[in-house]
Design a protein around this ligand. Structure first.
Ligand SMILES: Cc1ncc(COP(=O)(O)O)c(C=O)c1O
Length: 396
């Protein structure tokens, strides 16, 4: 019998997607499922992006350049300039989603058994990308009590070993919604410079920052040029998750040269999706203003309603469209399955992501869930009502 690799066996399931069969079963039972588990926004994709693929004049749907089409990268560099991030198109590699940018970044800077420090809870697929790259995640715990602020810098320094190659942050954070301050970025910059590490910032939610606070990118930090790698994506920015376009951005020429070899091995990012994504850069500011206003309303409604439930603790997010909620249950994995398999409120139920999969420390986050506020306010209100009713009857 041929055997599966240890790497394959150790690949973690996505906590966001692993309950899908239970949701499908709930559907078959005739229940309406409110999906709060996945960051798939219900926001419309900008028309300008969809129109671009309808009217293109291609005769052959050919490969593009491995690093992405030059025109597109020039326009991406202009987008960054508008955001006060000064890079040129040769600092950018277009990837198949931010996911591939993460894989290229890991592959370019780390070998088997190297270590990457990541504040947890973190985007669950960082575990998957680390396993796929043979890299060990060293978590530094941020706590719900502190609203998931960056742990003290000494905590990072304690974890640095000769195998440490990088620190990875997600800013603003999935799943916490935490937005790092300029001061926090400066502190991280000082550590990576002192210890000669890379600082990878996943900034795919850059536009989604609330309450008048500004996003501070690692590439705005002077002196970080050789250390900084940005992971970016069109998925959430333009509600184009299915386009599968992202980018890796770095001023470090060796990083770009190396990542390009990974890019060449997979030939090119998708051609039609680059056309749509290039057009998406023309999206008027009013689109983002409206989307932001909508997310702020949703966040406020969600947090207010969750806080009304006895025993539920929630950290208020300043960005992205997720929050972590602590529930009065022992094991949110069991609770999430139970919601789909055995519970309904007027024939409705909710699907949430158990938060343990967003931690790499075993046993942490067991009583937490991640909620994506990707549904409209009315649906969010109903969803929280369902959760509240469920918690009244659920027995651990
Ligand atoms: C923090 C973060 N990074 C990266 C990704 C990957 O996105 P994509 O591959 O769709 O660009 C996601 C998707 O949810 C995410 O939340």
């Amino acid at each position: 019998m041929p055997t599966i690799s240890n790497k394959g066996i150790n690949m973690p399931e996505s906590p966001i997607r692993k309950l899908v069969p239970y949701a499908e079963e709930a559907h078959k039972q005739g229940k309406t499922v409110y999906y709060l588990n996945i960051g798939q926004p219900d926001i419309k994709t900008p028309k300008v992006a969809l129109d671009a693929v309808k009217v293109h004049s291609l005769d052959i749907l050919a490969y593009s350049r491995s690093e992405g089409s030059e025109n597109y990268r020039i326009k991406i560099a202009e987008y960054y300039k508008r955001n006060d991030i000064h890079v040129n198109h040769n600092d950018i590699i277009v990837t198949t989603g931010g996911s591939e940018a993460l894989l290229f970044a890991f592959g370019s800077i780390m070998d088997e058994d190297d270590e990457i420090i990541i504040p947890e809870p973190f985007y669950a697929n960082y575990n998957g990308f680390s396993t796929a790259s043979g890299v060990n995640v060293v978590p530094v715990i941020s706590k719900i009590e502190d609203n998931f602020a960056l742990p003290p810098i000494e905590e990072f320094e304690k974890l640095i070993t000769p195998k440490t190659k990088a620190i990875l942050i997600c800013n603003p954070g999935n799943p916490t919604g935490y937005l790092y301050s300029k001061e926090e970025i400066k502190k991280l910059a000082a550590i990576v410079k002192k210890h000669d590490l890379f600082l990878i910032a996943d900034e795919v939610y850059r536009e989604f920052v609330y309450d008048g606070v500004e996003h501070y990118s690692i590439l705005q930090e002077p002196g970080l040029e050789e250390h900084a790698i940005i992971i970016d994506s069109v998925s959430k920015r333009y509600s184009m998750c299915g386009a599968r376009i992202g980018y890796l951005v770095s001023k470090n020429k060796e990083v770009i040269k190396t990542a390009l070899k990974f890019a060449q091995a997979r030939l090119s990012p998708p051609t039609l999706a680059q056309i749509a994504s290039e057009a998406a850069l023309e999206t008027p500011q009013s689109y983002f203003d409206d989307v932001k206003e909508e997310y702020v309303k949703r966040r406020n409604t969600l947090i207010t309603e969750l806080e009304k439930i006895e025993g539920v603790k929630v950290a208020k997010p300043n960005g992205a469209f997720y929050c972590i909620a602590e529930l009065p249950v022992k094991n949110s994995d069991d609770f999430a399955k139970w919601l789909l398999e055995s519970f309904d409120y007027n024939n409705n139920t909710v699907m949430v992501a158990p938060a343990a999969g967003f931690y790499s420390t075993p046993g942490v986050g067991l009583n937490q869930i991640r909620i994506a506020y990707v549904l409209n306010e009315d649906s969010l209100k109903i969803s929280v009502k369902i959760l509240a009713e469920a918690l009244k009857v659920y027995k651990d």
